[in-house]
Design a protein around this ligand. Structure first.
Ligand code: ASP
Length: 324
């Protein structure tokens, strides 16, 4: 048998094995990588979705936190994972902002992934340590401006939603302040509760229960409208502060080259999860809104990601904030 014939037979056998594997998928645990620390808002959304996807997939979906400042390690790990559907990524708006924020990024959000679909949208809140000396946004802004060399702002590193929100906020109030990066706003929230940092901007996913129990102070929402779970919290805009609005969205990704039958199964499992009333009840409690069914698919996520990259790139360039 010629070398050529042998290699063709080898290729055919391996393609047949991949197809058979894709059709039987999944036969064991699926790992959902989260770019930030456990206990934070991205982790919370991941756990709700992972648990709900386990039933339609017939396998456990294990939430695997790979925290790093800016959330850049998890996408890189997923890019380099075997494209077999057993390693997937949940990420937020950071997937769209990192390509502008980082001059050297070891993954390309637009070419290194297969898309599964859009999950939900969630606003952010400007919150402060419990004893912060300001009762409303007006006093808060006055205090920050007067003490800009003393106050500290927690974020989850360059590329995090909290970084983007802080960047917009600084620009909107024309004041720079010290930022303290964490590997997620879960640990940042612990320091805020303990008074080690002064304030931060974090998704309602994490802040709602702390606000409701009076453990932190809140000065406004980064959305156009109030959210049902926090009816007494005004938006920044209704208090006269424009230019700091940002909506966080989550999507699911797989490594490039993951077979189509596998992606199809992940899409239907995600859609089944997002149709679950318990999932929607939990999202509503957290201030999040599930994307409509026609956005819960690969084409919609791909288009949204591209549109968000195009939307944020000029704003980030204008703010001149980069990481190497
Ligand atoms: N809220 C974080 C961020 O700023 C991420 C997290 O810890 O979930 O992107």
């Amino acid at each position: 048998m010629s070398v050529l014939l042998r290699s063709i037979i080898g290729l055919v056998i391996s393609a047949a094995a991949t197809l058979a594997g894709a059709q039987q998928y999944p036969t064991h645990n699926v790992y959902m990588l989260v770019p930030f620390a456990a206990g934070g808002p991205t982790d919370t959304v991941a756990r709700v979705v992972a648990q709900a996807m386990a039933k339609p997939l017939g396998q456990t979906v294990v939430v695997d936190n790979r925290p790093s400042a800016g959330g850049i390690l998890a996408p890189e790990a997923v890019k380099n994972a075997k494209p077999d559907g057993y390693t997937i990524l949940i990420h937020h708006i950071g997937m769209a902002t990192v390509s502008t924020l980082y001059r050297q990024l070891r993954f390309n959000p637009l070419t290194d992934f297969e898309y599964i679909g859009l999950i939900n949208e969630v606003p952010m809140t400007i919150v402060a340590r419990p004893n912060f000396p300001a009762k409303d946004l007006k006093e808060f802004l006055a205090y920050i401006k007067a003490n800009k060399d003393k106050v500290s702002y927690a974020n989850a590193g360059i590329g995090a939603a909290s970084h983007l929100c802080g960047m917009l906020f600084m620009s909107a109030i024309q004041t720079d302040f010290l930022t303290v990066p964490y590997k997620g706003t879960g640990p940042a929230m612990n320091d805020l509760l303990g008074g080690q940092v002064d304030f931060m901007c974090d998704q309602t996913t994490s802040t709602t229960s702390q606000i409701k129990s009076g453990k932190i102070k809140v000065y406004g929402l980064t959305s156009a409208k109030r959210v049902a779970s926090l009816p007494d919290v005004p938006t920044l805009e209704e208090q006269g502060l424009k230019g700091a609005n940002v909506g966080i969205w989550h999507g699911l990704y797989a490594p490039k080259g993951t077979p189509k039958p596998v992606i199809d199964k992940l899409v239907s499992a995600m859609q089944a999860a997002l149709a679950d009333p318990e999932v929607n009840k939990r999202f509503t409690e957290l201030g999040a809104v599930t994307f409509p069914k026609d956005k819960q698919n690969p084409a919609a996520l791909q288009a949204h990601l591209k549109a968000e990259i195009d939307k944020w790139a000029p704003l980030i360039k204008k703010a001149g904030q980069y990481a190497d």
